[in-house]
Design a protein around this ligand. Sequence first.
Ligand code: NAD
Length: 520
Amino acid sequence: MPRAKTASQSLKSFNPRTGEVRKEIPVTPTAEVVEVVERARKMVPEWASIDPAGRARALREVRHRLHARVDDAVRIVSEETGKTPFEALAYDIMPTLLLLAYFEKVAPKALRRERVGRIIGPFAGVTSHVDYRPFGVVGAITPWNYPLLNCFLAFAPALFAGNTVVIKPSEVTPDCGELARDLLEPLPPSVATIIQGGGDVGAALVDAPCDKISFIGSPKTGRKICEAAAKHLTPVVMELGGKDSAIVCADADLDRAASGVGWGAFMNCGQTCTSIERVYVVDSVADEFERKLLERLQTIQQGDDVGPLTFKPQLEIIKRQVKDALDKGARVLAGGPEQARKNHNGSLWYTPTVVTDVDTGMNVLTQESFGPVLAYVRVPDEEDAIRRANEDGVNLTASVWTRDKTRAQRLADRLRAGVVTVNLHAESPAAPWAPWGGVGESGFGRLNGIAGLREFTVPTHIERASGPNVGRMWWYPHDEATKVSMRALVDVLGSPETKERVKAAGTLAANALKSMKAKF
Ligand code: NAD
């Protein structure tokens, strides 16, 4: 059991550009978490009884509140994460508005009762429909890299679907958690509650227990949550990390590819689950692509275009990975440890860096970096690129850069990843219209899209006898007519021989009514 924390404990909100403490934010004592979840559970019937259009109207108020506070939101996100104000606006706030606007539009239709099946044969005489019912209380546990978008991504579809939510934002960006709390103010009390704290508070939320867990974070924590959730058989959706790859083909538009790969690798200082961390470039264009990519990188201004890292342990990982690679014979093409802007008072700068001559003995090629480092790999051909993209590391997403649509599809079909993009990369978590999620170690379950909305529902089949005279052949008595009918039915359904099926259909017709009549 996690130890109870006292209410006097607090989280420090840092500014990673300066290393200054901005604020202290009280931690939710772990002992209070069960109570918070119980309050949320009491609100489920009321919130779920509002129809989806009514819930969408309530959530529209949240969207409008974010718009009204946009300047504050940009300042808080930017100060606490170190990202530039443009990055906060474009990558956190704009996609959060888009996410809410999308679900407001589609949720009422996607959650409507659905008629299924025109049922014939053994199940004749019933009508079936599916109701998309909420689970109850969804616990959302979220990371720091997009403290607003990833927070809303994890819980907003659950709210639209009629669940209440308890949200544990990252302890690294607690002031963004307070911002989310303020934005959720228009909702009825206990429909969406923010609790603050570290892993122990997250663990208490999983153990409360909740009725579903929506997790965005590292595979390591994901595993722990799966184990803890298994104790209560709580279903989970896991959005985890990866080591995303991009493949640059010989026929790629190299200017576009250099621009897209440069952005996909270094935006948000590489702290994106979908950042490009490995690029495989076909040899025949590798020199030219390298030149164009490095030219692009020279235009990125550290400070104005890209900020520092947000979280100190992340800086340590990057330093370790680059040092390990250089010690083992890798070469720096751009940036590198020597170039790093000097860090004072605990600020967290690291220059966008490209390393080459890397191999699978180096973590920089195989393990998630989650920082501004790109491994540049030359390959003889596309075959090798596909093999290495699938084998060197885990893709959450992967991209193909080519002018040829047929080639793009052919290569995309063979990439093992939750999302595959063509001549684009890294923007898919912000695309609310399509399912978002990983494969294998990069996660399971889906957020975004209709699949993401229904992820937070229990599709409940309601089956109804269409009239009072509808009998069931398998009810008692199991008389001769019943046995003959059932055997004939099996032949109708399974026999490959037309003659046998026709004969069986006749037997069924002759005996079924008699069998039914004896039932009631
Ligand atoms: P993390 O796993 O360290 O923490 C995520 C959250 O889990 C935090 O709120 C943390 O307090 C909480 N937590 C820690 N231990 C816990 C426990 N035992 N029980 C319950 N909760 C616990 O991840 P992070 O450093 O915040 O985020 C970076 C990781 O997230 C990277 O691996 C990145 O790729 C991944 N990520 C994935 C996506 C996606 O959509 N797939 C999006 C963003 C980030």
